[in-house]
Design a protein around this ligand. Structure first.
Ligand code: GPK
Length: 861
């Protein structure tokens, strides 16, 4: 479909096209010109929104200028590229980030001042690009920033959802949801490429080895230029929109059958319409699978088309391209690349398989079973019949080799019974194999790509994660403890057979957005203290702050910055939820998706306990309490019943506590609705204590923990995810650590039924909820039962178990806060020890150890 005819430009002065000029006067001129000719507004009577839009178009032009140069330069060098396949990119806003990364902060600042605004005023006009749910999507966005900054030839590929993550509101304290119409004012940060369209097929049948789809759509590209910091490189996030092959059927229209006339268009547009707002939960919808194959197929077709412009031998593909599959969502790539190589390019199976398994890499982000996608064979066969054939063949080859290995292992230990062999650490036979069950069958049932649904007899499923492990060159987890756990649990047999495939890549976050830009006060103070701003690109240089951590002068300035940030947040809270919060109180924050495993309710139970203790105290005793402002934010998946109750728990307790005269400023509890990237940019710099309290072994990594650490916010956490490595960097004694270790969790879960060790404070908290002290006792009944009544549930996430130790850690927090010098020393130490958690480090690890991609920096012209 790609248009290839060419205009006659040979005799035209294309080399001498004027590039945008970056002095403040030229920028100002440009803004006025864009406002007039692109926005169509009157420059003599401009609204703030129009000014933002005009300004954004001038930034866009500068981005595209460098973008064109980068892509041209890369094409001439033909390096190996990494392609980041992700169903989610949680980009947030672009304006400030682009201006700062382009190094034009001063020039733009001056130009905007003349118009009577600051960059920050105008930035508030921008809608967030919320094309992601949470950590996984934001990680992809941080990676794009680091890929650009470290000069790696790398693009992102995803879906241009028309509607992003839903807008969350509060309706009488309950979560309400509305569509996120983020494109309503246009989007200056993308370049539409109608000439780049790929055909994507669905349904139909396979005849003589050839797939004839019954339905097709066009995947049309939008390029989103991604500027690096301190480099000329501007890379690309290419997002696809689904468009109909035929706009509408004129015959139906003329018959007056309007629904039928536009049916194809609606079906096509549905594919890229809405981001599924479920985080780490089951989807099970055909449309979701359509979305996945839609963007993955478009991306691979696009890469193959570019590859073929410069190469003819497909054995070269692994030297020119590597695709990273961001969790299971893009893993249909295994079958799709095989299909394209065999059916379209004419390679044989073995050759195609060798190329595929050298060109794909897989990252796992969680062990939560709900998130490891399994598609019913029935759905897959109907929607993607050719892919299903390929998957069946991959599965049968894999099962054959697994069976051989299990048999060989049993023969090598002839005396060992299957059952005894199963208890060996290194056995391929699953531990839960029943007596009398054939060990080969047990292994195949557990680790086959195609397997039976354990909840529905006779229903077969395709395990996408297993296919990804088999079909790619490497599998990695996202923090040391998580990468270790997956080797011994969900991917055990794969690890036994292919140990060399398994790696760890501890997550990181971009220090540009998450420190330098969202916390200008701290940025200036760090730069002044270190004598240079090199740390923004080389975050390990923050360690230079360590030697100043005890400097009283620095400590005072450090606190002053925090105080300013707290005031900014207090204002936001007042404006958005109407609560006055004291800025001399400790700002205590938990912001993340609402999940039982993340245990926001554990935090709430401790807050209720604090409230009950304040109430029970005498006026004299009350003076000893450290005042706290507890801030929550996060969205609940619409079908996640318990998560929605957890939100209501926060608001219900807030309503009581915030209006209790006896408590006054000692405790405030607020839930800030519509948590997103820009709200995080306001909350994180203001936080003094943050909660990362998942049950050990459940959080893949966590990434907000790193953002809080960078901003000098102390951490109260469990030994889970990246908390473990953060504790190593800052020294465990400097973190508030509590709770059971991951290795004890399985045993404790087994023992739950007999749990009797309820802390008396826990009992009081449960009683207060059930007695209706915070309203509607009935509504909270099952939330309480879930953690408290072993006849009804089993407290799977071990809240009752960790509660006493959690309160102990909370006491340590209060004690330390009374010593502001020591608290500030630690705060400085946190920032100073955060260098490892830069996404630049993380990307560099991926580039060297998985992708084998090297930087190609565009020279200054
Ligand atoms: C993991 F599986 C998933 C998912 O569907 N969504 C998501 O945000 C998160 N994640 C993990 O829960 C975090 O621990 C991790 O830091 C993040 O992915 C990035 O790796």
């Amino acid at each position: 479909d790609v248009e290839r005819s060419q205009a006659k430009t040979d005799s035209l002065p294309v080399e001498h096209l004027p590039h945008p000029k970056n002095d403040p006067d030229s920028i100002e001129q440009d803004v006025l010109s864009k406002v007039s000719y692109t926005i169509g507004a009157d420059p003599k009577a401009l609204t703030t929104k129009q000014t933002y839009r005009g300004l954004a178009w001038t930034v866009r032009e500068r981005l595209i200028d460098s973008f064109n140069k980068t892509q041209e330069y890369w094409k001439s060098k033909d390096p190996k590229f990494v392609y980041y396949l992700s169903a989610e990119f949680l980009m947030g806003r672009s304006l400030t980030n682009a201006v700062y990364n382009l190094g034009l902060e001063g020039e733009y600042g001056e130009a905007i001042r003349k118009l009577g605004y600051s960059l920050e005023d105008l930035q508030d006009q921008e809608q967030n690009a919320s094309l992601g749910n949470g950590g996984l999507g934001r990680l992809a966005a941080c990676f794009m920033d680091s890929i650009a900054t470290t000069d790696l030839p790398g693009w992102g590929y995803g879906i241009r959802y028309k509607y992003g993550m839903f807008k969350q509101g509060l309706d009488k304290g309950f979560q309400s949801m509305a569509p996120d119409i983020w494109l309503s004012a246009g989007n200056p940060w993308e370049v539409y490429r109608p000439e780049l369209a790929y055909r994507i097929g669905f349904y139909g049948e396979v005849k003589d080895g050839k797939w004839i789809p019954a339905e097709s759509v066009n995947a049309v590209a939008y390029d989103n230029p991604i500027p690096g910091f301190g480099t000329n490189n501007v890379t690309n996030l290419r997002l696809f929109e689904s468009q109909p092959v035929n706009e509408f059927n004129l015959d139906f229209f003329n018959e007056g059958n309007f629904d039928e006339a536009t049916q194809e268009k609606r079906r096509a547009e549905d594919i890229s319409a809405v981001l599924y707002p479920n985080d780490a939960t089951d989807y099970g919808r055909e449309l979701r699978l359509k979305q996945q194959v839609f963007f993955v197929s478009a991306a691979i077709q696009d890469v193959i088309a570019r590859f073929k412009e410069q190469h003819s031998d497909f054995n070269e593909l692994p030297n020119k391209a590597v695709f990273t599959m961001n969790d299971t969502h893009p893993t249909i790539a295994v079958a799709e690349l095989m299909r394209l190589l065999i059916d379209q390019e004419g390679l044989d199976w073995d050759n195609a398989w060798a190329i595929t398994t050298k060109t794909l890499a897989f990252t796992n982000h969680t062990v939560m079973p709900e998130a490891l996608e399994k598609w019913p064979v029935k759905v897959m066969t109907k929607l993607l019949p050719r892919h299903m054939e390929i998957i069946s063949k991959i599965d049968s080859i894999w099962k054959g080799s697994l069976a051989d290995r299990v048999k060989a292992q049993i023969e090598a230990e002839p005396k060992a019974e299957a059952k005894a062999a199963a208890s060996e650490e290194s056995s391929l036979v699953p531990e839960d194999t029943e007596a009398g069950e054939d060990p080969v069958d047990a292994a195949l049932a557990k680790y086959g790509i195609i397997c039976e649904n354990p909840w529905e007899k006779g229903v077969k499923l395709v395990n996408m994660a297993f296919m990804a492990v088999i079909g790619s060159k490497s599998t990695n987890g996202v923090a040391a403890i998580h990468s270790d756990i997956i080797k011994h649990t969900i991917f055990k047999d794969f690890y036994e057979i292919y140990p060399e495939k398994f790696q760890n890549k501890t997550n990181g976050v971009t220090p540009r957005r998450w420190l330098a830009y969202c916390n200008p006060g701290l940025r200036e103070l760090i730069t002044k203290t270190l004598g240079s701003n090199e740390w923004i690109k080389h975050l390990e240089k923050l360690s230079g702050l360590k030697q100043h951590a005890e400097d009283k002068e620095l400590q005072a300035q450090w606190r002053a910055v925090k105080q300013e940030n707290k005031q900014r947040l207090a204002k936001y809270i007042k404006a958005n939820v109407g609560v006055d919060v004291p800025t001399n109180a400790m700002f205590d924050v938990q912001i993340k998706r609402i999940h039982e495993y993340k245990r926001q309710h554990l935090n709430m139970f401790s807050i209720i306990n604090r409230y009950l203790e304040i109430k029970a105290a005498s006026p004299e005793e009350r003076k000893k309490f450290v005042p706290r402002v507890c801030v929550f934010g996060g969205k609940a998946a619409s079908a996640y019943y318990m998560a929605k109750k957890m939100i209501r728990l926060v608001t219900a307790v807030g309503e009581v506590v915030n209006n209790d005269q006896e408590v006054g400023d000692l405790l405030k509890v607020v839930f800030l609705p519509d948590y997103n990237v820009s709200l995080a940019e306001v909350i994180i710099p203001a936080a003094e204590l943050s909660h990362h309290i998942s049950t050990a072994g459940t959080e893949g990594s966590g990434t907000s923990n790193m953002k809080f650490q960078m901003n000098g916010c102390l951490i109260l956490g469990t030994m889970d995810g990246a908390n473990v490595e953060i504790a190593q960097e800052i020294g465990k004694e400097n973190m508030f650590v509590f709770g059971v270790d991951a290795e004890d969790v399985p045993r404790l879960r087994e023992e739950r039924k007999d749990f009797k060790d309820y802390d008396p404070r826990w009992v009081k908290v449960m009683d207060s909820l059930l007695a209706g002290q915070f309203g509607d006792a009935e509504y909270f009944q099952d939330l309480v039962d879930n953690v408290n009544d072993m006849t009804k549930s089993n407290d799977w996430f071990l809240l009752a178990n960790d509660f006493a130790d959690y309160l102990r850690a909370q006491k340590d927090v209060d004690e330390l806060y009374k010593d502001q010098d020591e608290w500030t020393r630690r705060s400085i130490l946190y920032t100073a020890s955060s260098g490892f958690f830069s996404s630049d480090r993380c990307i560099d690890d991926y580039a060297r150890e998985i992708w084998e991609v090297e930087p190609v920096a565009v020279p200054s012209s």
